[in-house]
Structure formats: C-alpha cells, structure tokens
Design a protein around this ligand. Structure first.
Ligand SMILES: Nc1nc2c(ncn2[C@@H]2O[C@H](COP(=O)(O)OP(=O)(O)O)[C@@H](O)[C@H]2O)c(=O)[nH]1
Ligand SMILES: [Mg+2]
Length: 297
C-alpha cells in the first residue's frame, strides 16, 4: 500500500503554526480516540516545545471505552493533562472548557499578579479530520469554523474567542512527510485522516482493515456481516462480505471497489461498532495477557 504523502499545503500549515506558537500560551492536542498513538505527529513536538498541553481524546462515541480508559490511565500516570470527549455533543463543552480552564488558571494568575489582563491563547492542533474545528465550534456554541468529514477542510488561520476569555486558534490538520510504520499509515486512513484518493489501492486498504478487525474485534465483524470469521484469510472474508451484500457485477464477479468502500464507510460511521486500534505503550502487554493473545497493537 503506497501512501507516502506530504502535500505542499501541509508544509505551509506547519510554518503557520511555528510562526504563531510564540503568541499562544497553551496547546490543545486533539487525538482520534480510535487511534490515539497513530495521531501523534512527530512534527508537533517542536511546535509544542515547553508549552502546557492538554490532550483531547475525541470521537469517544465511536471508540472502545475499555481502550480509551487505558489511555486515560496512561496519561494520568504520566502526569499528562487530558480530557476524553465527543465534540459533536454540545453537552461536552463544559468538560473541555474546564480542562482548559485548569491549565490556563496558573498562567492567568501569574499574569494578573503582574497586572496583565489578556486572554489566554490556545493553539488547537491534530492530524486532519480528528475533530479540531468541531471541538472549537462545540466550545464556541456556534458554527465559527468550517468542519467536514474529510481531511483538508480547514485551510487558513482561524481565531475564535470564547466568553471565558480563552482564544482558540484552529489550524489545518497536518501529517508528516514519511510514515515509518505501515500500521500507523493504514490506521490514519481507516479513521479518515488520510484521504482515500491518495491511497493507490483501496482494496488493499480495506483488507488491512478486515485483518485488524478480525484480530482485535472478531465478534463485531461477525455481528455486522453475519459471518464466521475465525481461521479465514482476510481476502476470503472480504469476498464473503461482498457476496452477502450483493456487491457483484455481471457474471458473478465481485465488485472489489464497491465492497472496499462499503467496509471502510461502515467502519467510519461506527456501524461495525466501537473500535480503538491503538493501546498506550505499557498497556500492550496487559491487553495481550488479558485476552489470551487475541489483541495486538
Ligand atoms: N462521531 C463523531 N464525529 C465527530 C466528532 N468530532 C468530529 N466529528 C466529525 O469528524 C469530521 C471531521 O471534523 P472536523 O472538525 O472538520 O475535523 P478537523 O479536520 O480536525 O478540523 C466531521 O464530519 C465531524 O462531524 C465526534 O466526537 N464524534
Ligand atoms: Mg478543521
């Protein structure tokens, strides 16, 4: 599967973030709760530097609660500030605001002691499609920035001022020039951070998804497609799904593209179930032991 990709607009976006980081006080780092590890962008480390950072595990409504809890434990044990949210639910706004508020408080107090009353500025960053703009709209209580279910919707620089004096800077999602690990790249494709149209082989991508689901969530796959999944090769499963769904063309040939797109779409819309592919570093052994080697990351 060939997805080495780094379009020019992402270089531009990273430069914009580097140029603005000097004027922000804190960073909100949005991670897709279905693949938090894969969402860590090495290019962001330089941008964040020593700024206080809040990790926001978003799309929890689509994620596996037990794995999200492992991430929360990991963050808590590592002394990392985090919040788990579903940015599409407006009721979540207060949770996010208070998490930011906690981080901003120390800073505000310091400034006030010096007689400075300025808004606390926060840079919101994350890979494409993880929900940055949705999160900002959730906090603002209105549609202040453009969102969309595909990468690349946010283009320029967008500041949004909240009532509590926090100012948020939305940024275009960025990836990094080279994926060392195919698993990271494919998981970013599954969650829609990498556009399907730059993936050369959508069939190969959907086979990887079937394989990961078969390993980590066999029951969900069985229930969704009413199939027995054990001891079957992913391509065999793929063909069974195609036939069950009637995705065949004239002469009984399987419609590979249609089936591949349907499986990816089912996953992205949460129709297969609540799934999280990545576990935090130390949790790897725990998950393996507790499931008799069924899960891997
Ligand atoms: N189910 C679900 N969808 C979400 C959530 N947050 C964002 N989305 C959807 O994810 C897509 C990308 O969101 P957007 O905010 O544009 O992502 P951005 O590229 O990071 O700014 C949109 O279709 C949103 O509606 C969430 O918590 N749950
Ligand atoms: Mg956006």
């Amino acid at each position: 599967m060939n997805i080495q990709w780094f379009p020019g607009h992402m270089t531009k976006a990273l430069r914009m973030m580097e140029a603005n980081v000097g004027i922000v006080d804190i960073v909100g780092y949005v991670l897709d709760a279905r693949a938090p590890m894969s969402c860590f962008n090495p290019s962001f480390e330089k941008i964040i530097g020593n700024k206080p950072c809040l990790f926001i595990l978003n799309k929890c409504d689509l994620a596996d609660k037990s794995k999200v809890d492992l991430w929360c434990n990991y963050f808590a044990q590592s002394g990392i500030k985090y919040v788990k949210v579903t940015a599409t639910a407006s009721a979540e706004a207060s949770k996010i605001t208070s998490a930011f508020g906690e981080i901003a408080k120390g800073l505000k107090d310091k400034l006030r002691a010096k007689g400075v009353y300025k808004p606390v500025r926060c840079l919101i960053l994350g890979v494409p499609n993880c929900g940055k703009s949705t999160l900002i709209n959730c906090l603002a209580g209105r549609k202040s920035v453009v969102t969309g279910d595909r990468p690349g919707v946010t283009k320029g620089k967008q500041w949004v001022r909240l009532q509590n004096g926090l100012e948020l800077l939305d940024t275009p999602g960025t990836l990094w020039p080279k994926f060392e690990d195919e698993k990271v790249a494919s998981r970013l494709c599954f969650v829609g951070s990498i556009k399907d149209d730059i993936v050369e082989d959508i069939y190969a991508l959907s086979l990887l998804l079937v394989e990961e689901l078969q390993t980590q969530y066999p029951k969900l796959l069985e229930e969704r497609y009413k199939l027995q999944v054990e001891n079957k090769q992913p391509d065999v499963l793929f063909e069974e799904i195609a036939k069950k769904r009637g995705y065949v063309v004239r002469g009984g040939e399987i419609d590979y593209e249609r089936t591949a797109k349907a499986i990816l779409d089912d996953f992205r819309k949460g129709k297969i179930g609540k799934v999280t592919f990545d576990v935090p570093p130390q949790a790897h052994l725990k998950v393996k032991n507790s499931t008799k080697g069924e899960q891997s990351c």
